[in-house]
Write a new protein. Structure first.
Length: 247
């Protein structure tokens, strides 16, 4: 019996269905958004996931290291700064209600995600410049792109304040359950998904000293209000393309 071997191209493409990396720092900035406004932003078949009658949205600002295809060793990984504007959503799949996030836009500091996103792996990215200052548990992160900007100043704290989540654990569980991120394909030809998982999920509470987002600030006056922030640090993560039909 002859041995069948996959060619290098097949191996590369198979590896890109799984992406591994390390979160050096992740800021999860949560906004409470008017449900009616959120319904106008989120496309069918998704619908906003509501908490206490409000939609939950936000910005994920994440610094990654060791970013690589699943079969590549960590020492060959890429380091990037990234930002994503997102809405918590629900959809029906096989008679079951699922939850995740719909990502309206992704930005990255590096060319590899910009060139490869939506082609070699799910998730279209746009190029952006990031300025970061951090130390003593305080994080200043600014993102500037041609189509969007974000600036956040947050400080780690032992106190928790949120109108959406009663505790840090409640907020953590909400975000961990929404592991599947949907975003538009190139050319707006439907949507594509990436699912995040970690063997060492952990969050810390943070106080928002100041935040601005061209996306949320551009919604109707009063429709989006900053609610809370979480910080994740030094955590291994894996993204996979779910082997599932689109909703």
């Amino acid at each position: 019996m002859s041995e069948t071997r996959s060619d290098p191209t097949t191996r590369v493409m198979a590896g890109l269905t799984t992406i591994r990396g390390h979160i050096r720092r992740r800021l999860l900035l949560t906004y409470r958004v008017d449900a009616g406004v959120a319904r106008e932003v989120v496309p069918a078949p998704f619908r906003p996931q509501l908490v206490d009658g409000s939609a939950v949205a936000g910005v994920c600002m994440i610094a990654l290291t060791e970013l690589r295809p699943g079969w590549v060793r960590p020492r060959f990984g890429l380091s990037t700064e990234n930002a994503a504007h997102r809405f918590a959503v629900e959809w029906d799949e096989g008679g079951v209600t699922r939850s995740g996030v719909y990502i309206t836009g992704r930005h990255s500091s590096e060319l590899v995600p910009v060139l490869g996103g939506g082609r070699l792996f799910p998730g279209v990215h746009r190029r952006a410049r990031f300025d970061v200052e951090e130390g003593g548990g305080r994080f200043h992160v600014r993102m500037q792109a041609r189509d969007a900007h974000v600036a956040a100043d947050v400080q780690l704290t032992d106190d928790w304040g949120s109108s959406l989540f009663a505790s840090v654990d409640d907020a953590s569980d909400f975000y961990r359950a929404g592991a599947i991120g949907w975003s538009p394909r190139r050319g707006n030809r439907g949507v594509e998904a990436l699912e995040l998982s970690s063997t060492a999920w952990a969050v810390q509470a943070a106080r928002v000293n100041d935040v601005s987002s061209s996306f949320f600030d551009g919604l109707p006056r009063g429709a989006a209000v900053i609610d809370s922030a979480l910080v994740m640090r030094d955590i291994p993560v894996t993204w996979r393309s779910p082997d599932r039909p689109r909703p």
